[in-house]
Design a protein around this ligand. Structure first.
Ligand code: PHE
Ligand code: NA
Length: 454
């Protein structure tokens, strides 16, 4: 492959820009909305411990692998897999991996946009002071009546999807880099403020205990799978999202260092969310396992009671919406890049069509919280099915294949050339071991465990 090749979609202006964009993709609803509620549903500490192990042993090596594959080909995920299999002289079927990624991205975006719509609606609710002085049951009533209305959910879902399409339509350099740079520090600062509030509640230590003291009797086979799936979801792995971002990455950037920074930032935000939310849960007599509404039923209590809560609430939900936007553009970009590069679509047209499909699919999630609440398949609503299918099955399977491809199929000299920067010799050996053995074996064992073979 010619070294001068650059992606058709342009390139990041610097290592920092890449880290920013990839962190923007990683940090989102997964950290602030999903991590706390699934931690609550799966019993706390032991689940968190398994999650952290997954991030360390599977997530970081895989993030390196995925970034590397993208950077080597400089193409969209489907085409990347075609190019790299040809280069390695491997079986053609590997390009289905790219397909699965693009499909997973669509499916995730369809519900991601609905939940991001909730966050958008909460900007308005916070702005109009709906939370000030409200007690926990009033806060819960606000949430319940909101999600009971399909029209309201549809409105916000549509608005969010439209925003995603517009940003992606502007293209990678102009659209992506700017928006994330100021957002992440802002989100972080607000969260630190809220940790300060959490420390003043009388449930603070109970919350910390729940989050960090492992009780392994609460750990089921399925919760181990959920923890692993969350590691993939939160780090944006296994579906080609990091792969496209890698395609825009200049050659001289250390993939190992970048991956560790991105994964570290993502994990810190998730843990902070837990540190904020569980003290509120326990000091107000709420239940940790109240599901997808958890964030929306707890944080407003803080905003309604803490000093300056009105402003903090408004700013926080705005930051959350922007964090979700920088993730949703990463979810849709693999499909958009593929439509442009392989199907000859203009960027605008590619955004329009992929956004439209994800928007329509999102109706299923909208109705999962009201009209179709009781319509269940395998004991799950439409939203729960899509979530389970993507986060717990498609992403780990995609990640498994990426690990096998990067570790076993791709020629060692090629992966070495991409990863092995001067002075980083140890990291290549460690990476190779994790990606060849540990990551695939872990995914495989967790799957066996869930189907009851182990
Ligand atoms: N990582 C994002 C989050 O935690 C979600 C995401 C998954 C984004 C996969 C892109 C790809 O919110
Ligand atoms: Na995340």
């Amino acid at each position: 492959m010619a070294d001068e090749k650059k992606s058709q979609q342009g390139e990041w202006s610097s290592r920092f820009a890449f880290i920013l964009a990839a962190t923007g993709s990683a940090v989102g609803l997964g950290n602030i909305w999903k991590f706390p509620y699934i931690t609550g549903e799966n019993g706390g500490g032991a689940f968190v411990l398994v999650y952290l192990l997954c991030v360390l042993l599977i997530g970081i090596p895989l993030m390196m692998a995925e970034t590397m594959l993208g950077r080597r080909s400089k193409e969209n995920p489907i085409h990347t897999m075609e190019i790299l299999t040809a280069e390695a002289g491997a079986d053609k079927n590997w390009h289905y991996l790219g397909w699965m990624g693009v499909t997973a991205g669509f499916l995730i975006l369809s519900y991601y946009s609905v939940i991001a719509g909730w966050a958008s609606a909460y900007v308005v609710k916070a702005f109009f002071g709906n939370f000030s002085g409200a007690n926990p049951s009033e806060i819960k009533a606000i949430f319940d009546s909101f999600v009971a209305s399909p029209m309201q959910l549809l409105f916000w879902h549509s608005l969010f999807m439209l925003a995603t399409m517009l940003i992606v339509a502007r293209g990678i350099e102009k659209g992506f880099e700017k928006s994330v740079g100021f957002l992440l520090p802002w989100l972080f600062a607000l969260m630190i403020l809220m940790v300060g509030y959490a420390m003043t509640t009388d449930g603070y230590f109970k919350g910390l205990n729940f989050l960090f003291r492992p009780d392994f009797s609460k750990l089921t086979a399925d919760s181990v799978l959920v923890a692993m799936g969350q590691a993939f979801f939160s780090l944006s792995l296994g579906m080609g999202s990091i792969m496209v971002y890698g395609a825009y990455l200049p050659k001289d950037v250390s993939i190992a260092k970048s991956s560790m920074i991105i994964a570290g930032a993502d994990t810190i935000v998730a843990l902070l969310a837990g540190i904020i939310i569980f003290p509120i849960v326990f000091s107000n007599g709420l239940h940790p396992n109240s599901g997808p509404g958890l964030v929306f039923e707890t944080l407003p209590i803080a905003f309604g009671n803490m000093f300056g809560g009105w402003l903090v609430g408004v700013l926080f939900f705005i930051a959350l919406v922007f964090a979700a936007l920088s993730s949703s553009i990463a979810l849709i970009e693999p499909a958009v890049a593929w439509l442009i590069e392989n199907k000859g679509f203009s960027r605008a047209k590619a955004c329009l069509w992929s956004g439209l499909v994800a928007w329509l699919l999102g109706f299923g999630t909208v109705f999962s919280f009201n009209a179709w609440k009781n319509a269940k398949l395998f004991d799950r609503t439409f939203f729960e099915l899509v979530d389970y299918l993507t986060a717990n099955l498609m992403l780990p399977i995609g990640g498994f294949c990426i690990a096998v491809f990067a570790g076993w199929i791709m020629k060692q000299e090629h992966s070495k050339a991409e990863l092995d920067l001067p002075g980083e010799h140890l990291s290549y050996a460690v990476w190779k071991f994790l990606v060849c053995y540990i990551a695939p074996a872990a995914v495989f064992l967790v799957f066996l465990n869930v189907v009851g073979v182990l």
